[in-house]
Design a binder for this molecule. Structure first.
Ligand code: NAP
Ligand code: ZN
Length: 348
């Protein structure tokens, strides 16, 4: 018998999220059942719920920053047992056989990885995310949360953490590299912490100087406002890597002008609108503009272990489920310091 659990769901693109009950599948041979303790609120939850990225199946339970405790495992599970501290991110399945999956880059699965919510599970039923009391996930998509990390501060690492970690590693953030992080929200603040811990010199490019003190405390050496034209003139050609986490379109030409020769701008922010640029912004300095989406399971575990070693969690504001709709409004207003996390004990 599928289990019924309490959750919070959107019923439409415009209405508030409300309490619902959903069913979780029986624990299969390779499955892990997790009591969800905390669920982060990612801006992607808002884009999705509001239909900005395409069709949505309602009711929709968002949430892909999940931290909790294993309560039950299927007979074929080898890596987890009841009582383990674990996390689940943006994906709950993939083919496991294509070149990307074999490389540990399940997010680029040729046959379509299955998102944690607003997808279709292998059982043919809609996937539902982490704003819920429990979830059942195949073992391969479960990560271990090391003891050194508090579960609530670890939850956002499962998306904001891995999404910034992956391009920082891919493009060599480390000693001697100058990295700019655009937007100091959920992704941005983890980008600053991780790039700093990797040894890079970090600058925050924010809309204003309102969060300057925080940015410097998170590890940035410099903090500039993009609303001030002097920022672009003063920092011309001064970065090796720019990580753009803004949820709305940015002026690509202006930001590219901040890159040195062979510098790379990685887009992580995913606004529904297209971005445009002048080719000369690339060619005159052989610059690269690219994008990246989350990260594979192996890298996610590597990031969690790195965070435990360096004592890095997300800066969170813990909320009860009934405050989800207020939290959404505050995320839209860039008024989040720096990730809302739902205490799922308040779902009952
Ligand atoms: P967030 O917490 O809302 O942070 C976004 C930040 O961008 C804000 O805090 C704000 O920082 C800045 N910003 C917002 N609106 C802006 C505007 N109109 N102009 C300039 N700056 C603006 O969001 P998040 O959860 O970090 O997610 C950020 C984006 O990344 C979203 O589009 C999300 O869907 C996407 N995302 C992508 C991936 C991926 O795999 N690629 C994964 C997760 C999320 P300041 O106040 O400092 O300017
Ligand atoms: Zn996310």
């Amino acid at each position: 018998m599928p289990e019924t659990v309490n959750a919070y769901a959107a019923r439409s693109a415009t209405g508030p999220l409300e309490p619902v009950t959903i069913e979780r599948r029986d624990v299969g041979p390779h499955d892990v059942r997790i009591d969800i303790k905390y669920a982060g609120i990612c801006h992607s939850d808002l884009h999705t719920v509001r239909g900005e990225w395409g069709p949505v199946g309602y009711p929709l339970v968002p949430g892909h920053e999940i931290a909790g405790i294993v309560t039950e495992v299927g007979p074929a599970v080898t890596r987890f047992s009841a009582g383990d501290r674990v996390g689940v991110g943006c994906l709950v399945d993939s083919c496991g056989e294509c070149a990307s999956c074999r490389r540990g880059e399940e997010q680029y699965c040729a046959n379509g990885s299955i998102p944690t919510y607003n997808g279709t599970g292998r059982d043919g039923r809609p996937t539902q995310g982490g704003y819920a009391e429990a979830i059942v996930v195949t073992e391969r998509f479960v990560c271990r949360i090391p003891d050194g990390l508090a579960l609530d501060a670890a939850a956002p690492l499962l998306c904001a953490g891995i999404t910034t970690w992956s391009p920082l590693r891919r493009w060599g953030a480390g000693p001697g590299k100058r990295v700019a992080v655009v937007g100091l929200g959920g992704l941005g603040h983890m980008g600053v912490k991780l790039a700093h811990a990797l040894g890079a010199e970090v600058t925050v490019l924010s809309q204003s100087l309102k969060k300057r003190e925080d940015g410097l405390a998170l590890g940035a050496a410099d903090y500039r406002a993009t609303s001030d034209p002097a920022t672009f003139a003063g920092l011309a050609e001064s970065f090796d890597l720019i990580v753009n986490t803004v949820s709305a379109p940015i002026d690509l030409d202006a930001h590219l002008s901040l890159l040195a020769v062979d510098g790379v701008l990685v887009n992580l922010g995913a606004p529904p609108e297209p971005l445009s640029l002048h080719v000369s912004s690339l060619s005159l300095k052989r610059r690269v503009v690219t994008g990246s989406i989350i990260g594979g399971l192996r890298d996610t575990q590597e990031m969690l272990d790195f965070c435990a070693e360096h004592r890095l969690g997300a800066e969170i504001e813990l909320i009860e489920a009934a405050r989800v709709n207020d939290a959404y409004e505050r995320v839209l207003a860039s008024d989040v310091r720096y990730r809302f996390v739902i205490d799922t004990a308040t779902l009952t």
